[in-house]
Write a new protein. Structure first.
Length: 478
């Protein structure tokens, strides 16, 4: 048999095997395009603690707290906790003035937000406050909640008996600021529409994505143990391996502020890539044990969810690069077995070019389709900005592969803050999406009530007690 034919058959079979492993991604995407799971509205109102980890977020924390107070959920069923984590600004002061319970936590050696969540778990367990809550909603400090956000999350939580982690729709407040924020906006709504919707419809677990998720309060009775660079991936992998599922609530919407420069984007996404790699190596054995443990011997029932999250955690980008290089090496040695080098490379070039062209075209089409499907939620954006984002979208996605490879050789990557404040300081754009306008207006309207409520409360003692692991505060340099 011809040498090149053997090479193409062997590598075609390997690529085909990977395609079959991930074919369910396509199935979930198609289902998510046409269907969604709607949770029935309920009159039952559970008690929630809203957990916010904040580091030097004085520019945005007040706006978030105002949007929480403006929610249509009973105020006596919601308690807000802000962990002012290594702050050197007025974050704690502003949060207290808005009526939040503030825990100040200073330890420059512990920088990731997971450490702030761990401190919260320690404090609320020590104070005995966990028994007063049914669930914990985790929100980033730069977010703004839609006026019915807590109600819709409560609907999903009650409908699932509190046995599922609930995640939500992540929109972008500065979606149309420039092509970069537009790319981020597409990225997060693609995760909602193409990734999470179909999985929840099919009763398969999705995953949490950084912010906007709700879980049963007693899950942190023994503490919060997820302190990697990507605590969301770590939390998802651990809970799924223990038999719990993550469901997606499409009707609960929040607004996030996205990085607007290439430098910030690369810094953030390299951290994501490194954290993703670390979680794979630290959690894959746990997932494998859960997958292969028989149900009769206490194994979880969500086997397919475990398989799915395992595939998502695999460094597929790195594996693809290695496989592509191996194929190139096999082509390069073709002259040693009497095959024309020029013909071999021509054939390889045709194959690579065809794969690039097809992948680029399909990815652009997926972005255009997404913009059409989500047009009611996406702000009205200048045509040039949207066009640039759609055409650059394949490269934005493919950058994951490059960063995955780099992350394998980046051992001492540290968490660094992403500056926020532009979206919070600016008034909503005239052409902003109606939902974003409504959320911003509600937040603005809630400010006087929240400030009055805070004044009526007894002065809150400054919470500066340090846990045994803490050291005196110090300013971390970027």
């Amino acid at each position: 048999m011809d040498y090149l034919l053997v090479v193409w058959i062997v590598f075609g079979a390997i690529w085909g095997f990977f395609f079959l492993l991930l074919f369910h991604y396509i199935v979930f995407t198609v289902i998510g395009i046409f269907k969604k799971k709607t949770f029935p509205k309920t009159e039952e109102k559970r008690r929630y603690g809203i957990l916010i980890g904040a580091r030097n977020e004085e520019a945005v924390i007040g706006r978030l707290l105002d949007s929480i107070r403006a929610n249509d959920y009973p105020a006596d069923k919601v308690r807000v906790f802000v962990v002012a984590h290594n702050c050197t600004d007025r974050t704690a002061e502003i949060a207290r003035s808005k009526g939040a319970t503030v825990y100040e936590y200073n330890n420059p050696a512990e920088r990731v937000v997971g450490c702030a969540y761990r401190h919260f778990a320690e404090r609320i367990n020590a104070e005995g406050g966990l028994s007063e809550l049914d669930g914990i909603i985790v929100i980033n400090a730069d977010n703004v909640l839609a006026p019915d956000y807590i109600s819709r999350m409560n609907d999903a939580f009650v409908a699932t008996g509190g046995e599922k982690v609930i995640t939500s729709y992540r929109n972008s407040e500065n979606f149309g600021r420039n092509y970069m924020t537009c790319l981020y906006g597409i990225f997060f709504i693609a995760a909602c529409r193409y990734e999470s919707r179909g999985r929840t419809v099919c009763n398969c677990s999705t995953r949490v994505s950084g912010t906007g998720f709700l879980f049963r309060a007693d899950l942190i009775k023994e503490g919060w143990n997820y302190v990697s660079l990507t605590e969301d991936w770590e939390f998802s992998a651990d809970r799924i391996s223990r038999g719990m599922k993550v469901f997606y609530c499409d009707d609960a919407q929040l607004y996030d502020e996205q990085p607007k420069t290439n430098r910030l984007m690369l810094r953030q996404r390299l951290r994501w890539a490194r954290g993703h790699t670390v979680v794979f190596f630290t959690r894959i054995k746990q997932l494998a044990r859960s997958f292969f443990r028989p149900k009769k011997k206490g194994g979880p029932e969500n086997k397919f969810s475990i398989f799915d999250i395992s595939m998502s955690l695999m460094p597929l980008g790195v594996m693809g690069v290695v496989l592509g290089l191996a194929q190139a090496v096999c082509v390069a040695v073709a002259p040693l077995v009497g095959v024309s080098a020029s013909f071999a490379w021509w054939l390889y070039g045709v194959w690579a070019g065809a794969m690039f062209g097809i992948s680029y075209l399909l990815t652009v089409i997926s972005a255009v389709l997404l913009v059409i499907l989500e047009r009611k939620r996406i702000p009205k954006i200048r045509f040039g900005v949207m066009l640039a984002a759609v055409l650059l979208w394949p490269f934005f996605v493919a950058l994951n592969v490059v960063l995955d490879v780099i992350s394998f050789f980046t051992k001492k990557l540290e968490w660094k803050p992403i500056p926020h404040g532009e979206a919070a300081e600016a008034k909503p754009a005239k052409k902003a999406a109606p939902q974003a306008k409504k959320a911003a207006a509600a937040a603005d309207g809630a400010r006087p009530q929240a400030e009055a409520a805070a004044k009526r409360q007894k002065p809150q003692a400054k919470e500066g007690a340090r846990s045994p692991r803490e050291k005196p505060a110090a300013q971390e340099a970027e």
